[in-house]
Design a binder for this molecule. Structure first.
Ligand code: KIV
Length: 281
């Protein structure tokens, strides 16, 4: 379990202190340097992963699942996203902080989308927002970009549409959906999105998109032919035990580590081993 963390320490971690901007991400794509991205929802985690050298931190609406215990990402509110995002921003020195616009805060019309974005930017201090969808939301994306806010797109498996899909299985395996995904990727690039997340689609299709568009393409379950990778931090640290998709690599088994530590604490309290003479005043 721990071998990845140990082997890779000090090897290929980008440790320059230069702040990551959307421009830096474009430079990374141009020189073929892969972009690392993880989610975070709180100050302490953001501090650790920023200090480790992560390039992009996503305050994902996956907070709805891993922080709040909901089955889908739909229930999380704009106020809750702002709370998570402002906590993350306080912990970050270097990474670019991107915040998901939650379900229901942008699908109505472009004015609603812009108002939600302005609240996130003003109240959290984040650097960019992410939105799920292509052609259907292109007017909203353009309006937000006109206001000067960088937008990251998100295509493929878009969890806010889970009730339309009916399942979390791999997307765009059929020609029609793959063609639409290619068209949407071009549309997002032309509209001015600074990057694009592709979730759970065939690796070959994801590579085709990354080779076609000039903006960085970040994959999750989209193979290695893209410009970077993103994972949910609770998944890669092994806090979420039940979630085991093929694309997930676990770098720790924190569920068992934390459970073991808590069990030891309970034993120590009950046996009055804790606190000892050195741990009292
Ligand atoms: O909300 C999230 O964590 C995401 C990633 C899975 C890309 O959108």
């Amino acid at each position: 379990m721990y071998k990845f963390a140990l082997q890779k320490t000090n090897m290929s971690v980008h440790r320059e202190d230069k702040k990551i901007t959307t421009h830096v991400l474009h430079e990374m794509k141009s020189r073929g340097e892969k972009i690392s991205m993880l989610t975070a929802y709180d100050y302490s985690t953001a501090t650790i992963i920023d200090d480790a050298g992560i390039d992009v931190i996503l305050v994902g609406d996956s907070a709805s699942n891993v922080m709040a215990g909901h089955e889908t990402t739909l229930p999380i509110t704009l106020d809750q996203m702002i709370y998570h995002a402002s906590s993350v921003v306080r912990g970050v020195n270097r990474a670019l902080v991107v915040v998901d616009l939650p379900f229901g805060s942008y699908q109505g019309n472009s004015k609603e989308a812009l108002n939600s974005t302005i609240r996130i930017m003003k109240e959290s201090g984040a650097h960019a927002i992410k939105m799920e969808g292509g052609e259907e939301i292109i007017e909203s994306i353009k309006r937000i970009l006109t206001a000067g806010v960088p937008v990251m797109g998100h295509l493929g498996l878009t969890p806010q549409s889970i009730y339309k899909f009916g399942t979390y299985t791999v997307r765009a395996t059929e020609n029609d959906e793959a063609e639409k995904l290619l068209r949407d990727s071009k549309l997002l690039e032309e509209a001015g999105c600074f990057a694009l997340v592709l979730e759970k689609i065939p690796a070959e299709l994801a590579k085709r998109v990354a080779d076609t568009v000039s903006i960085p393409v970040i994959g999750i379950g989209a193979g290695s032919g893209v410009d970077g990778q993103v994972l949910v931090v609770h998944d890669m640290l092994g806090i979420t035990k039940q979630f085991n998709p093929r694309f997930l690599r676990r770098y720790l088994n924190l569920y068992d580590e934390i459970k073991g530590a808590v069990q030891q604490y309970i034993t120590d309290v009950k046996s009055v081993d804790f606190p000892n003479d050195k741990e009292k005043y």
